[in-house]
Ligand binder design. Structure first.
Ligand code: UD1
Length: 430
């Protein structure tokens, strides 16, 4: 089992290149199988979740050719199987995007039903509602979603909750259905727009992505495309909060600043200086930051995936902050770990009250999930002593070369695999 060992206390300073958006890439890889021609995808993040998705795609017979760390060619013309096994779903929930992609292209698909996960129960009723509205028979049999249709046809659909996953999944299924589909109350996240742009680059006819209403005129077939994935706004935000927590000066490169509006606004609220460029954002934090109130909301609101990162910063800020988590019910687990480092926090329902402390003290903590894991590393970087972070497999799912990027801006962090290596690190830094 690998761990991160961190010696914090020094400001992070410098520039860091942001990778392609993992959440956009997962959906785009699934959508790539919808044509029989070859698709080239660029700016793929080199993270474990992407590797699992590529395995799932080659598992059903598609041809997957990894050109290098960030580029892959996919040909869906060789698909022989419409069944996605539980093994994949267990590792990454997003392999359920193959349901929408296969249903759209072949009018049938079987995908193991995803369970809950560390951040909440995560129902998929809105996905199924959408597939049914498009004319698919959808049953749950032996732990699987079995979807089939004689005739996928356009529909007018209103989602009961704003869901990124359901918006993307149903959009893919509708891209090749007969006639016009109108989807209302859809998610507006940048990766929803990226997936729509990618499908359009293959010949789909999707309008309105990024607004509350998406209109899709179904097409009979899709064609080859070359496409570059948008930068990862969550990775960028993570480094921006790392700058804030360590009183540093960090510029994130290769970003779309507009996607970071909610994050930038909160960083300004708490006292950071922000400089925006065409495709970069600089965050400077001088002295102790201020408390604030945060509520997670669908885009363009403050992202739930950035909740733990701001939580860490607020736990060190001057004054009392509150965080309301309105998307996932189980996203405060990291606060127990943070309390072990000296944070003063009270959680009631979906609200956390944080009394900022002057400093944390290093200890051994566990990453409860991907974003919370990254946030706890930020806590370690803001702590004078040594912090050991267990369960970093979660972090490796979604952050490309996380420790290397932090090292490049002055973070003292190493990946280790044994107690002996931890001791060696401690001796080296003390
Ligand atoms: C995606 C992101 C995840 C992010 C989340 C919210 C990917 C791979 N993951 O997850 O990182 O935290 O968006 O921005 O892109 N819901 C239902 N029924 C459904 C679907 C969702 O009730 O059928 C609820 C969920 O329980 C949750 C809310 O809707 O409370 C939003 O979930 P959703 O936007 O679907 O999140 P994901 O697509 O799973």
């Amino acid at each position: 089992m690998e761990q991160y060992v961190i010696k914090g206390g020094n400001p992070l300073v410098g520039e860091v290149e942001i990778s392609g958006a993992k959440n956009a890439a997962l959906a785009i890889l699934a959508a790539a199988i919808m044509t029989d021609e070859t698709v080239l995808i660029d700016n793929l993040p080199d993270v474990n979740d992407i590797n699992v998705m590529l395995e799932a795609i080659s598992g059903i017979g598609a041809t997957v050719q990894r050109l290098d760390r960030h580029r892959v060619k996919i040909n869906g013309g060789t698909i022989t199987d419409f069944n996605i096994e539980y093994d994949y779903i267990k590792k990454i929930r997003a392999s359920y995007y193959l349901l929408g992609a296969l249903l759209g292209k072949y009018s049938k698909a079987e995908v193991a039903l995803p369970g809950g996960c560390n951040i909440g129960s995560r129902p998929i009723d809105q996905h199924l509602k959408g597939f049914r509205a498009l004319g698919a028979d959808v049953d749950i049999e032996h732990g699987k979603i079995v979807a089939e249709s004689e005739h996928m046809r356009g529909t007018h659909l209103y989602f009961d909750v704003v869901s990124v996953g359901a918006t993307i999944n149903v959009m893919m299924a509708a891209a090749m259905a007969d006639g016009l589909t109108i989807m209302e109350n859809v998610a507006k996240e940048p990766h929803v727009v990226d997936v729509a742009n990618f499908l359009n680059s293959m010949g789909a006819n999707i309008r309105g992505a990024g607004t509350d209403v998406i209109k899709i005129r179904g097409v009979h077939s899709l064609h080859k495309s070359e496409y570059s994935i948008i930068p990862d706004q969550i990775e960028a935000g993570t480094f921006m909060f790392a700058a804030a927590a360590t009183k540093g000066d960090v510029t994130v490169l290769n970003v779309i600043p507009k996607h970071l509006d909610a994050t930038i606004s909160k960083l300004k609220d708490i006292g950071c200086e922000i400089e925006e460029f065409d495709d970069a954002v600089r965050v400077v934090a001088k002295g102790r930051l201020r408390s604030t109130q945060v509520k997670t909301l669908p885009y363009p609101g403050y992202p739930t995936d950035m909740q733990p990162q701001i939580g860490v910063v607020l736990a060190l800020a001057n004054g009392t902050s509150t965080i309301t988590e309105s998307i996932f019910e189980n996203r405060f687990k990291y606060l127990d770990e943070l309390a072990r480092m000296g944070a003063v926090i009270k959680v009631e329902g979906n609200s956390a009250t944080i009394e900022g402390v002057e400093k944390f003290s290093g200890t051994r903590i566990s990453a409860p999930d991907l974003r919370a894991g990254a946030a706890l590393c930020i806590a370690g970087l803001a702590t004078d002593g040594v912090t050991i972070v267990d369960d970093i497999k979660y972090i490796q799912r979604g952050y490309e070369r996380f420790e290397e990027k932090l090292q490049s801006i002055g973070g003292i962090i190493e990946k280790v695999a044994s107690e002996k290596e931890i001791q060696k690190f401690v001796l080296k830094v003390s």
